[in-house]
Design a protein around this ligand. Structure first.
Ligand SMILES: Cc1cc2nc3c(=O)[nH]c(=O)nc-3n(C[C@H](O)[C@H](O)[C@H](O)COP(=O)(O)OP(=O)(O)OC[C@H]3O[C@@H](n4cnc5c(N)ncnc54)[C@H](O)[C@@H]3O)c2cc1C
Length: 316
C-alpha cells in the first residue's frame, strides 16, 4: 500500500465507489480508493444503464437519491466525454395499468403487439465504459489515487485513514460480512445499431423482459434477472433475449451480434447507507443497490460524503 496518508479510504471502483471518491476528493480531502478489480471488470461496467424514471415518492430515501442522480446525469449529458446522453423511449407493460404522473401516455398504435399500456419518457442513458473512465479521470483530477488491492477485512483500513467508505457492492457479502447481500444475474446481448435512437423497456421486471437501449454504434438488448452467481454468458438465454426484443422491434433481426455480457446485481433487502464505528475510524457503508446502482449513485454519494464529514444524518 502506498505510504502516503489519506483522509478517506474508499473500497470499490464501481460506480458507487468512484462517485463517492469524486464527491469527497472535490471537497479537498485526500482520497485513496482500493479495489480488487479494474473499473472495466465491475458489475457497474455491465449496467445498461438507464437513469430513472424517478417514480419513487419524493419523501422516501430512494426518491430523494434518484432525483439527485437524475439531476446530475441530466447535466452531464451536456458535457463532452462523459458517455451520458438524453434518450427518448417507451416504458410499456403487457397488462393495463394506472397513469404515471409526469409521463406522456403512448397512443394504442405506438405500442407493440401484446402490450396494453405504455409511456414516453426522456431519460439519461449512460455508456458505462465511457462513464467509468470519466469518473476515474475526474477522481485523478481532484487528487484521488486508485490502488489495486484485495481486502479481507474493513478493519485493516482503520489504520490507514480516519474515514472509510465501504462501496464493495456484492463483495460486501464477505467483506463486512453481510449475508443479506446476494447476486441477481443479468445478461445482455450487444449488437450493431441498425438505426435506432429510441429505447424500449418492458415493466414490471420478472425473471425476463424485453428491453433495448441504443447507443451511437451499438444496441444493448436485455433483460434477465435470475438468482445465480454464474457470470458466464448462456447462449440459449441470449437467443431468448434477442427473440423477445425482435418481437417488439423487427429492425433488430438482422443486426450483427457483437458479444455478450453478464453482471451480478448486488441485491439486498434495502440499500445499506449508514455509519459504523470501526476501531477508531468512522466507516460509512454504501452498498446493496441491486438493479439501480447507477440511478442512485449521485444521491447516495452525496449522503455518504455528508455522513463521513459529520454534516449529514442517516435516513431510515
Ligand atoms: C445486467 C445489468 C443491468 C443493469 N442495469 C442498470 C440500469 O439500467 N440502471 C441502474 O441504475 N443500474 C443498473 N444495474 C445495476 C448496477 O449495475 C449496480 O447496482 C451497480 O453497478 C452496483 O455498483 P457498485 O459500485 O456497488 O458495485 P460494483 O460495480 O460491483 O463494484 C464493486 C467494487 O468493489 C470492489 N470490491 C469488492 N470486494 C472487494 C474486496 N474484498 N477488496 C477490494 N475490492 C473489493 C470490486 O473490485 C469493485 O471495484 C444493472 C446491473 C446489471 C447486472
Amino acid at each position: 500500500m502506498a505510504d502516503v496518508r489519506a483522509d478517506v479510504v474508499v473500497v470499490g471502483a464501481g460506480v458507487i465507489g468512484l462517485t463517492v471518491g469524486v464527491c469527497i476528493a472535490e471537497q479537498g480531502l485526500r482520497v485513496l480508493l482500493c479495489t480488487r478489480s479494474d473499473p472495466s471488470a465491475t458489475t457497474s461496467s455491465v449496467a445498461t444503464a438507464m437513469i430513472g424514471p424517478g417514480l419513487a415518492p419524493g419523501y422516501d430515501p430512494t426518491g430523494v437519491r434518484e432525483r439527485a442522480s437524475i439531476e446530475e446525469f441530466t447535466a452531464l449529458a451536456d458535457v463532452d466525454g462523459t458517455g451520458v446522453a438524453m434518450r427518448r423511449g417507451r416504458l410499456a407493460a403487457r397488462q393495463p395499468g394506472p397513469s404515471l404522473p409526469g409521463l406522456e401516455p403512448c397512443r394504442p398504435q405506438e405500442l407493440p403487439d401484446g402490450f396494453a399500456t405504455g409511456f414516453w419518457a426522456t431519460l439519461p442513458l449512460v455508456d458505462m465504459a465511457l462513464y467509468l473512465d470519466y469518473l476515474v479521470r475526474r477522481l485523478h483530477a481532484a487528487g484521488g489515487r486508485i490502488e489495486h488491492r484485495e481486502l479481507t477485512s474493513l478493519r485493516e483500513l482503520a489504520t490507514l485513514a480516519p474515514l472509510v467508505a465501504n462501496c464493495a457492492g456484492l463483495g460486501a457479502r464477505e467483506l463486512v460480512p453481510d449475508e443479506t447481500v446476494r447476486p441477481l444475474r443479468g445478461q445482455h446481448v450487444i449488437i450493431d445499431n441498425p438505426g435506432l435512437d429510441e429505447f424500449f423497456i418492458e415493466a414490471p421486471f420478472g425473471p425476463a423482459w424485453a428491453g433495448y437501449f441504443p447507443y451511437p454504434d451499438h444496441v444493448v438488448l436485455g433483460g434477465t434477472a435470475v438468482d445465480a452467481d454464474n457470470a458466464e454468458p448462456d447462449l440459449a438465454v441470449a437467443d431468448q433475449i434477442r427473440q423477445r426484443c425482435i418481437e417488439v422491434e423487427p429492425r433488430l433481426r438482422h443486426a450483427r451480434v457483437r458479444g455478450h455480457q453478464v453482471g451480478l446485481r448486488p441485491m439486498r433487502p434495502s440499500v445499506r447507507l449508514e455509519v459504523e464505528e470501526l476501531d477508531g475510524a468512522r466507516c460509512v457503508h454504501n452498498y446493496g443497490h441491486g438493479g439501480s446502482g447507477v440511478t442512485l449513485s449521485w444521491g447516495c454519494a452525496r449522503e455518504t460524503a455528508a455522513l463521513l464529514t459529520g454534516q449529514g444524518t442517516e435516513r431510515t
